[in-house]
Design a protein. Structure first.
Length: 527
């Protein structure tokens, strides 16, 4: 199963992740004045505030040559404020603290950003309009999963989740900041209590222990090379704690605190909400405001999206970096999936296309074949797809809710899929001749992929659309069984010649034979 084990993770990576999971708040990597490029530098500042320490403003001003970056700080309990910064360039940086607390104001220091270490390719950003790449130019192709509540489990369960991720093909995980009212969790909450009731909170005072646990999990994922898609708000409070109906000023306070804590981690993405349109106490104007606040207070410019239920947010706004979509039917047919790209001209990630599992609910009862199919259809549309599963596991729950172990049939097939996806030239798969029912993805003149899904043809006509072809190009053809996870390269080559106004083919080899079973694909590669 090609690509099933993530390199450099099963040993040192997993050990580092486990260490991060049990460590205290993150510190600067290496010596106090040294951090690798795109690593995490932290200035820990002690002081005494006469009032509420969470009301203290603190900002680190980081300077390198003619470049200055201002990073917000936060109070972390026990008289300590922290400012975190991820240097985007190597070399010498100086920093100075600005604060309305005299104990902190004017403190200064220096750090040296060294060359990035092994596995550190920098943060992910949009590349070539529809795709993603790390800061050093390495292509990043999302193969995501969702586990809403793994962030709120006990240490042993969180470690099991990390071990599962380390042995999986998934390089992104969606996870909640706030607890889910229907999912078991540790009795730890984001605010201090203001009274005995379940919803009695002092929204002016965070609980540092709650957010330190979040720090640890993001750091552990970074050690594994997994992107943390952090979901800031959600509608699953179940009328228990009131976290889904906080006043606007509290929402903004949460955003400022979480962004100050996490944005320096190079693996962080921001998701404004899961199923934003179910949060009935928030308007589109609220989401616009919060989106812009995240953009404005994040000095590192991490990726930003929002996830829908039935009503889709206007992803054309400039503060949205990519579309995060829930739509299972769109990836049943690549011709529907590609429309999302054409509307927004941004990367499209179908983070939820229903889940593999055995639930009675229709959103959680995909077969392994159906789950896997969504990824192949999304690939040839030039989009990306996300996974999760709802089949009960040995952790007395299921992956979507509490993490732990994966028991479905799709993860192994998605590891195989990832090998095919990653073998494509940068930046990634593009739809080919998309308006004419070709159902082809790849790169014109170099790579073509045709996926058949549930159909079971016995042959396929090798007609390649004319763009980027002149005649004389030579191709090899692979017959791929996406379920059995096999690739059979046919003998000989196909030499292209013009067939008609729109297509090229090999007059001596018009078709390829197929086995007449579902879940097959054909890949045509330039040699």
């Amino acid at each position: 199963m090609q690509g099933f084990h993530r390199r450099d993770v099963m040993g040192l990576g997993l050990a580092a992740a486990a260490a991060a999971l049990t460590a205290g708040p993150a510190r600067a990597q290496g010596a106090p004045d040294s951090v690798e490029r795109w690593g995490l530098f932290e200035a820990a500042l002690s002081g005494r505030a006469p009032g509420n320490p969470f009301d203290v403003t603190v900002t680190g001003v980081f300077t390198h040559g003619g470049r200055t970056i201002e990073a917000p700080g936060f109070y972390d309990g026990e008289g300590v404020w922290r400012v975190r910064f991820s240097p985007p360039e190597e070399g010498s940086w100086t920093w100075t603290i600005r604060s309305d607390l005299a104990d902190l104001d004017g403190r200064s220091g220096a750090l040296r950003a060294t060359a990035p270490g092994q596995g550190n390719h920098g943060p992910v950003a949009v590349a070539d309009t529809f795709h993603f790449a790390h800061a050093d130019g390495t292509p990043y192709r999302p193969l995501g999963t969702t586990s809403y509540g793994w962030t709120h489990q006990g240490e042993a369960q969180r470690l099991r989740t990390l071990e599962t991720l380390a042995a999986s093909p998934f390089n992104k995980i969606r996870m909640l900041v706030f607890p889910n009212g229907s999912i078991p969790h540790e009795p730890l909450f984001p605010f201090e209590k203001s009274g005995p009731g379940e919803a009695d909170w002092d929204f002016t005072r965070f609980n540092p222990a709650y957010f330190q646990r979040l720090d640890q999990q993001v750091a552990a994922l970074m050690a594994l090379g997994v992107q943390a898609d952090v979901i800031l708000f959600h509608p699953y409070d179940e009328d228990r704690w009131g976290f889904d109906r906080m006043p606007a000023e509290v929402d903004d306070r949460v955003i400022r605190h979480v962004v100050a804590r996490l944005s320096a981690y190079r693996n962080v993405w921001w998701s404004m909400a899961n199923e934003f349109d179910i949060l009935e106490h928030k308007t589109d104007a609220d989401w616009d405001r919060m989106f812009q606040l995240v953009r404005d207070v994040d000095p590192h410019g991490r990726l930003r999206s929002i996830h829908n239920w039935r009503r889709i947010y206007d992803n054309s706004h400039p503060w949205v970096t990519h579309a995060s979509i829930q739509n299972g039917s769109a990836v049943v047919d690549d011709a529907r999936a590609v429309i999302y790209r054409d509307v927004w001209y941004k990367p499209v990630v179908f983070d939820e296309v229903r889940y593999e599992g055995t639930m009675e609910d229709r959103w959680g009862n995909l077969t392994g074949q159906e789950m896997t199919r969504a990824f192949w259809e999304g690939l040839i549309a030039g989009t990306y797809v996300g996974h999760s599963e709802t089949t009960p596991n040995s952790d007395a729950g299921f992956w979507l809710g509490i993490g732990g172990t994966l028991v479905g049939e799709s993860p192994a097939r998605l590891a195989f899929f990832k090998g095919v996806m990653d073998a494509a030239p940068a930046p990634g798969y593009e739809p080919i001749d998309k308006w004419w029912e070709q159902h082809l993805g790849g790169k014109l003149g170099r790579l073509y992929l045709r996926y058949f899904g549930e159909d079971a043809p016995t042959e396929w006509t090798v007609d390649l659309p004319r763009d980027e072809l002149e005649g004389g190009e030579r191709f090899e053809v692979d017959v791929i069984d996406t379920w059995a996870m096999t690739i059979d390269t046919l003998p000989g080559v196909f030499t292209m010649a013009r067939k008609d106004r729109y297509f090229f083919h090999d007059p001596a080899r018009l078709t390829v034979s197929l086995p007449g079973r579902p879940w097959m694909a054909v890949r045509v590669r330039r040699v």
